[in-house]
Design a binder for this molecule. Structure first.
Ligand code: SAH
Ligand code: SF4
Length: 395
């Protein structure tokens, strides 16, 4: 199958020419792909029937296959997609009372960064996504919204994976979101755990895309325990890179802070954070932890959240408490995939014959134990990172 969304205009022209179609066909098809964003070939009404039939047989309108979908009471839609090689990834669509429709997309299947509280980190790394696979997650939401007269307005790279560990494909996807989906740079946010050389490279791109940095702790000793990546790049190096980003782009940095009761929600951490961010154009988004099965911690109580914010305010650091959306459908990064896999395992154990086949495919997609199947660029596992994995290929 040829994924038409994986072709450039030149490649589409070459394909249709090889099918003996007149030159103008490529432009027609392109317009159906990117202006009308139709969901099936029958809707490409100005194409002759034999061509539509051939496209149906030999081509596809995207490479992602919907494996599971859940809708939250707050309207959040969470999807699990199966990739052609069996990998599973998640995307979320968040709908707000204003016109905003925000897609949260994945950049990798799994993640090698091993943040202890993150369901994706707990799975380990399977592989990088291609730029097409990243782009198509937003495209699918865009075309579904369009079919009901709405528009995808924002995209955040806050699904599974670390976008700066898959830098080139992520940036290529960002460019396509702008050029092919018409999403403004200011409405795209790339979130990173803090790969310092890549933050600097991103600052040099000359894009007006927003940067979010997952901070979660304001002292190296605390951050080392939550985010193994901190052992490679210290808070000082990270904050210096953030200053560089602000200097180069004129944009503020958003910091993400997942509040974990009794862990990183103390007034001391808030004080350290106020000092750390002093003089930096930034904003802090505070999000109570979404509990995961692989981590003992829980979300901070309301009173502790308030105190945390109050201490930041004393230091002149603007902060917003974000509501956890889709909490009833495991909309936290990596959680739907974990749940579906657990359910499938239970089904298989109960001897559901049909489920067993599916189970095999799913097992292929998920390393049973984090670390077993790591073969990514980092050449490492969570354990390797903890042992001081070589991050030198991230330059
Ligand atoms: N890898 C990137 C982007 C994906 S994670 C990054 O880490 O920034 C998107 C955000 O969700 C990050 O800020 C991450 O720390 C946060 N997150 C992960 N697990 C979470 C959980 N269980 N509860 C709340 N936030 C979580
Ligand atoms: Fe990876 Fe981000 Fe999860 Fe950390 S929080 S493990 S970087 S996806």
């Amino acid at each position: 199958m040829i994924d038409l969304y994986g072709l450039t205009m030149n490649e589409l022209e070459a394909l249709l020419e090889s099918w003996d179609e007149p030159r103008f066909r490529a432009r027609q098809v392109w317009s159906w792909l990117y202006d009308s964003r139709v969901r099936n070939f029958d809707d490409m009404r100005n194409l002759p029937l034999p061509l539509r039939e051939r496209l149906k047989k030999e081509a596809a309108l995207g490479s992602l296959e919907l494996e599971a979908e859940e809708t939250s009471i707050d309207g959040t839609i969470k999807r699990l997609y199966r990739l052609p090689d069996g990998q599973l990834i998640e995307s979320v669509l968040m709908e707000y009372d204003d016109e905003r429709r925000t897609a949260c997309i994945s950049s990798q299947a799994g993640c090698a960064m091993g943040c202890v509280f993150c369901a994706t980190g707990q799975m380990g790394f399977s592989r990088h996504l291609t730029s097409d696979e990243i782009f198509e997650q937003a495209l699918y939401f865009a075309r579904d919204l369009e079919a009901r007269g709405e528009r995808l307005s924002n995209v955040v790279f806050m699904g599974m994976g670390e976008p700066f560990h898959n830098y080139d494909a992520s940036i290529e996807a960002v460019r396509r979101l702008m050029s092919d989906l018409g999403i403004g740079a200011r409405h795209i946010t790339v979130s990173t755990v803090g790969l310092v050389p890549m933050i600097r490279r991103f600052a040099d791109e000359g894009l007006q895309v927003k940067l979010a940095v997952s901070l979660h702790a304001a002292t190296d000793s605390e951050r080392d325990t939550l985010l193994p990546v901190n052992r490679r790049w210290s808070l000082k190096e990270l904050v210096n890179a953030c200053h560089y980003y602000v200097d180069m782009t004129g944009r503020r940095v958003s910091f993400e802070w997942t509040l974990i009761q009794g862990e990183n929600d103390t007034p001391e951490q808030a004080l350290a954070l106020g000092r750390l961010l002093h003089g930096l154009k930034c904003h802090v988004n505070v999000i109570p932890l979404n509990p995961t099965t692989g981590y003992h911690g829980g979300p901070s109580a309301a009173g502790r959240v308030e105190t945390f914010i109050a201490v930041l305010a004393e230091h002149g650091i603007p902060a917003t408490v974000r509501v956890r959306r889709g909490i009833d459908i495991d909309a936290g990064c990596g959680q739907l995939k974990s749940k579906v896999l657990r359910r499938r395992r239970e089904q298989a154990k109960m001897g559901a014959a049909a489920a067993a086949d599916v189970e095999l495919g799913l097992e292929d997609a998920l390393p049973e134990q984090a670390g077993d199947e790591f073969d990514g660029d980092l050449g490492g596992s969570v354990a390797d990172i903890e042992d001081g994995v070589d991050f030198d290929d991230i330059q």
